[in-house]
Design a protein around this ligand. Structure first.
Ligand code: F6P
Length: 356
């Protein structure tokens, strides 16, 4: 796959960290080295490019990190990089350090940065690393599986004590505006209610169900709430449930614990495959792509397409307002978005139906 053009590439992690980012960095470094290409590890995301902070990595530098959460390259949300002056500094840093291309690991903000750099002559490939799973072009993002397993582990513990005391626990989980973590952990922990932004939450129905279940001698109740509603919502929800059901209700915000810890097998596997693919694409002369997994196939998708499709999935743009794509492409986006929504809705409905 090695194109003679590439002698040295850079790799960075940007935005919120996610378990499995290290495994992706390891894969990128070792795939490049196997192809005779050097790798610069950029420190602290795009800030490392703006401030020229980086180090050459060899295969041993990325040893013993596949099993570690966090990111050995550190991360940041760099505001200066969003300005033209910051971008120009980043381009100059790449030129100065003879970096011929970049692999950028992170979420949608990271991909916008990768797109900006590609447009200014530095070819970039993105890898989706975020616990939120909110990159619609890919079925899974790195870190999502680990975060969900962390939530399940913690909620199982809460359930033990709820059962002993006949209590309810309202648990707020991360995901930004996306309800993926909430739905799937709700399903996996047998939650009696799941509140997410995507579908209307039937609070009155949930309260009635809890009263009935209490009469039927159910002792533990878990309600999972997405952080999308804001802090007050989930805390008030706990108070309201306690008042109306007369079941003592505790509140837990799991917060950043969801972002740490040993990555699961699934995340290590995904990160390793995506890291390999990113370098393969870059050395093949491709750029401005995000590596995705769709129906178990690892592929590269144009970043602009991925960001437009993401907006469509999140209802931020209507199909008729999409420009720059053929009718067939827009129709495909609409069809794919429907499949994605249907999958989510099915899980949501099944979770509700079987929590009796
Ligand atoms: O995007 C990952 C995420 O953990 C979100 O789930 C959450 O809303 C946000 O980052 C928290 O960001 P910060 O690390 O700045 O507190």
């Amino acid at each position: 796959m090695a194109d003679k053009k590439f002698k040295r590439i850079g790799v960075l992690t940007s935005g919120g960290d996610a378990p499995g980012m290290n495994a992706a960095v390891r894969s990128v470094v070792r795939t490049a080295i196997q192809n005779g290409v050097e790798v610069m590890g950029i420190i602290g995301g795009y800030r490392g490019l703006v401030e020229n902070d980086m180090k050459l990595l060899d295969a041993r530098d990325v040893a013993n990190i596949i099993n570690h959460g966090g990111t050995m390259l550190f991360t940041d949300r760099c505001l200066e990089f969003k300005e033209e002056s910051g971008l120009q500094k980043a381009v100059a840093t790449c030129r100065e350090n003879k970096i011929d291309g970049l692999v950028c690991i992170g979420g949608d903000g990271t991909f916008r940065g990768a797109q900006d750099l590609t447009r200014r002559g530095i070819p970039c490939i993105g890898i989706p690393g975020t616990i939120d799973n909110d990159i619609s072009a890919t079925d899974y993002t790195i870190g999502y599986d680990t975060a969900m397993n962390t939530v399940v582990d913690l909620v199982d513990k809460l359930r033990d004590t709820c059962e002993s005391h006949a209590r309810c626990n309202v648990v707020e989980v991360m995901g930004r505006n996306a309800g993926y973590i909430a739905i799937n952990t709700g399903l996996a922990t047998g939650a009696v209610g799941i509140a997410i932004e995507e579908f209307p939450f039937d609070l009155d129905g949930t309260i009635e169900k809890m009263k009935e279940l209490k009469k039927a001698k159910k002792r533990n109740f878990i309600v999972i709430v997405s952080e999308a509603f804001g802090n007050e919502y989930s805390e008030n929800l706990a108070k309201r449930i306690e008042k109306e059901t007369e079941i003592e209700t505790k509140f837990a915000r799991l917060a950043h614990v969801q972002r740490g810890g040993r990555p699961t097998l699934r995340d290590r596997e995904l990160a390793s495959l995506m890291g390999y693919k990113a370098v393969e694409l870059l050395l093949d002369g491709k750029s401005n792509l995000v590596v995705c997994i769709r129906d178990e196939v690892i592929c590269g998708i144009d970043i602009e397409y991925a960001l437009t499709y993401d907006k469509l999935c999140k209802g931020k743009i209507k199909a008729e307002d999409i420009t720059g794509y053929s009718q067939e492409q827009v129709a495909k986006m609409v069809a794919d978005a429907k499949i994605r929504e249907d999958r989510m809705r099915t899980s949501y409905e099944i979770a509700s139906k079987i929590s009796i």
